[in-house]
Design a protein around this ligand. Structure first.
Ligand SMILES: [Zn+2]
Length: 469
């Protein structure tokens, strides 16, 4: 609450409006244009971080108004900028940048909400953009307000430049990606006409992997694993523990869980993981690299597979996994258990139908006394194909800005808003283009930060990408 009361929102609004007017008159070109666009992006970024858009602070109602007002101030007609969502707390923004309509629209995506941040846990105020030692600090600096600022600043810059795209760009800023994802589900299932597009580009997926700031690889998220939770339950008449019966709920459940543990789901690749095994091989030990390339070319031996299985990270990319995570059983130390239950959480390869995984678990459990039920329904999310329409511009701009680094498609363990869009048939690609050291990723954590240069580079990447599309 204090954050909200002390935040000088009206002052910030006036300041940004004034800045916008000055930039407009300068009609920037070349290096000056780049500097002005950096100042614009930074101002928006700073304003966005100042909104504590978490569940406990009332969600995204206020920040959605801010985002919409920036676009309207910049000249987007009010009817093309809508604040809309399944509830006020998870309000989102949909804005349309009209093009010549030569091709189907492109959807560009970010989320306005952030994970909670307790001031007492941080070494600085979390809801204030602080620049220090070459970094921007603040909740959402990486996840995902850099993305929101990138989209807003570039829509405004392109509008000022009088740019007319060949196709419509639709910006979708969602309101509860970090919690329920009702916002994106609402647009995908009930407001499809507002966001319908040939494909979506998500600022909340993918990254530029860096080492001490030096770019190593440009990752594009093209698939996500599907989340599913099962409950395995055994019931039994029970009785006095002095008179054990032949059947026992705990033993039966334990035996079933061991069978789940020992089951190995088959190896399967999709476009994204095939690209990953091929292109990321160079960053692994030579033995593993050989096995990765062999798998990508469908000529992996059993020994290759065994080598890849020895890495948790690679194993989860090539197989569906199901693992026991919670347990409850019995009601007294001197009574035979009347009930024993376990939670089994599955991460399903997106090319595999979730129902088939449930069937497999039932078959593996192989016991009529163990009841298997779905307690968290999966959202199927088929992998997005690596089509040239997307990959050519994404790769070209990456090569322009970061010559020599590989562009690698990847599948993440999930889940982002992208899963709901893929679910309704809109292929979605995470191209945050935000550089982060892989050993210093602080999204959702304390003192979240992003390199100042990485932020400006991501803004510039998206500017060029939007023009290239
Ligand atoms: Zn995010």
């Amino acid at each position: 609450m204090p954050d909200r009361m002390t935040r000088p929102r009206s002052t910030a609004r006036c300041r940004t409006a004034a800045l916008g007017a000055v930039l407009w008159m300068l009609a920037p070109v070349g290096a000056a244009a780049e500097q002005d666009s950096q100042a614009l992006a930074r101002q928006i970024y700073s304003d966005l971080i100042a909104f504590p858009s978490t569940e406990s602070h009332g969600g995204t109602a206020e920040i959605a108004k801010y985002a919409a007002s920036r676009l309207i101030e910049a000249g987007f007609p009010a009817q093309d900028v809508q604040i809309i969502g399944p509830s006020a707390e998870s309000a989102g923004v949909v804005a349309r940048f009209h093009g010549r309509g030569e091709r189907e629209p492109v959807l560009v995506l970010a989320h306005l909400d952030v994970v909670e941040a307790l001031p007492e846990d941080w070494s600085m105020p979390p809801f204030e953009l602080i620049e220090r030692d070459g970094y921007f600090y603040g909740r959402g600096t990486s996840d995902n307000k850099a993305g929101v600022a990138t989209l807003l600043a570039n829509f405004i810059r392109l509008k000022r430049e009088g740019f007319e795209p060949s196709r419509d760009f639709i910006m979708l800023l969602t309101g509860d990606e970090e919690t329920e994802m009702t916002s994106v589900a609402y647009f995908a299932n009930e407001k499809r006409d507002l966001i319908d597009a040939a494909f979506a580009l998500n600022t909340d997926g993918g990254m530029i992997e860096t080492e001490s700031g030096k770019p190593l690889a440009f990752d594009v998220q093209a698939a996500e694993k599907v989340y599913l939770t099962l409950r395995l339950e055994v019931t039994n008449p029970g009785g006095h523990s002095s008179r054990p019966r032949a059947d026992n709920a705990i033993y039966e459940l334990a035996a079933a869980l061991l069978r789940v543990r020992d089951h190995q789901f088959p190896v399967s690749l999709n476009d994204a993981t095939r690209s990953y095994f091929r292109e990321a091989a160079q960053f692994h030990e030579p033995e593993i690299a050989v096995a990765m390339r062999a798998l990508a070319e469908d000529r992996a031996s059993l020994a290759d597979i065994a080598r890849l299985d020895s890495s948790v990270q690679l194993r989860t990319l090539m197989r569906t996994t199901c693992v026991a995570t919670q347990l409850e059983a019995g009601h007294a130390e001197n009574a035979l258990p009347q009930m024993a239950a376990a939670v089994v959480n599955c991460r399903i390869l997106p090319q595999e139908p979730p129902e088939a995984i449930v069937d497999t678990v039932r078959r593996v459990v192989a016991s009529d006394s163990v009841r298997v039920t779905v307690t968290y329904e999966p959202t199927a999310s088929p992998p997005s194909p690596l089509t040239p329409e997307v990959m050519v511009p994404v790769t070209r701009v990456a090569a322009e800005m970061y010559p020599g680094i590989p562009v690698i498609a990847e599948m993440s363990a999930g889940a982002t808003d992208g899963s709901h869009l893929r679910n309704v048939g809109i292929p979605t690609y995470g191209v945050s283009a935000l550089g982060e050291d892989t050993d210093d990723i602080r999204a959702h954590g304390r003192d979240e930060r992003v390199r100042v240069q990485s932020f400006y580079d991501a803004v510039e990447y998206w500017y060029r990408l939007l023009r290239a599309l």
